[in-house]
Design a binder for this molecule. Sequence first.
Ligand code: MLT
Length: 282
Amino acid sequence: MELQLRSSGGDPTAARGTIVFLHGFPFDGSVWAAQLEALPEGWRGLAPDLRGFGRSDIHADPGIVPTGADVGTPVAKATEPVLTMELLANDVAGLIEREEAGPAVVCALSMGGYVAFELWRRRPDLVRALVLVDTRSEPDTDEGREARMRMAQTARDAGAAAIAGAMLPTLLSNRTLDRHPEVADRVREMILQTPPATIIAALAGMAIRHDATGDLPTITVPTLVVVGEEDPITHVDHARAMVERLPDARLEVVPAAAHLPVVEQPEAFNRLLADFVRRLEG
Ligand code: MLT
């Protein structure tokens, strides 16, 4: 089984280009619903469910999923699968090739950004431009890895509902939580659909991810860095530090949003995206 996909924008030959949307953890391609509904004119959008998430099987073809024993991280037990960023990036490269979408604009949220960095390291020929949303180039700190171990244990013991309860207050701004319960419900529902095995596997993969900071000066394609003003996970300082190292990047801070500006402020985000891709057309 290949990666499952939501798409919008029709005929690849008529398109001005393709935007490949990479979701964060522990979501699926539907986090980009508002972007697929309002794509910039003439552009095609592809929003895969990354391996193990949404409707994509963790053992999707091709590729063998390593285990905790293979990669040597304590976040996953010896026999539990690990979703490395390398594996996820290879999947995305395969998808771009299969869909004849390259080089594509890669618009990536948080964990999706870690995958995008890995894609750039492996297959820069497939990347036309980058939109990095609420993500960071640094690897986990020791403290961060310990937090991932605790979260993996919570997923084993209490399932996705406990993960949703713990994560929601950090994903959404207080304003969204107070005034837009429907947005919180949608995000909670996406997390509840994520199998605990995928949650553990992705936590383990993120815990051993490569430090992409040294790669930033090599990213010569136009890059838009977007961050929610109130993001407590990947805050504005992370975004600013990346922009300073990227050769061709611009920073946009989205007010009244935390970690998920794409769902909290979709109209503002879509305007930024449309403006960015329009500049690529010329
Ligand atoms: C995400 O939204 O993908 C996660 O917050 C990333 C992470 O846990 O580092």
